[in-house]
Design a protein around this ligand. Structure first.
Ligand SMILES: [Zn+2]
Length: 63
């Protein structure tokens, strides 16, 4: 299977194993997006959980 390197965490992974190409995971995709939106890279480590719980829009503490 083809392997590529994640632009965010530089981990090698199989392309077929990812749901967030060209990143290894949805989290890395969000982190990369965050780099463009927030120069300080202050991405919460639990961003993936927040997404799954749908708490993104309703007052999650971002700072
Ligand atoms: Zn990654």
């Amino acid at each position: 299977m083809p392997e590529i390197r994640c632009p965010t965490c530089h981990k090698q992974f199989e392309t077929e194993a990812s749901k967030a190409m060209p990143f290894c995971s949805p989290r890395c995709k969000l982190i990369d997006l965050g780099k463009w939106l927030d120069e300080e890279n202050s991405i919460p480590t639990d961003i993936e959980q927040s997404l799954e719980e749908g708490s993104f829009k309703d007052g999650t503490d971002w700072d």
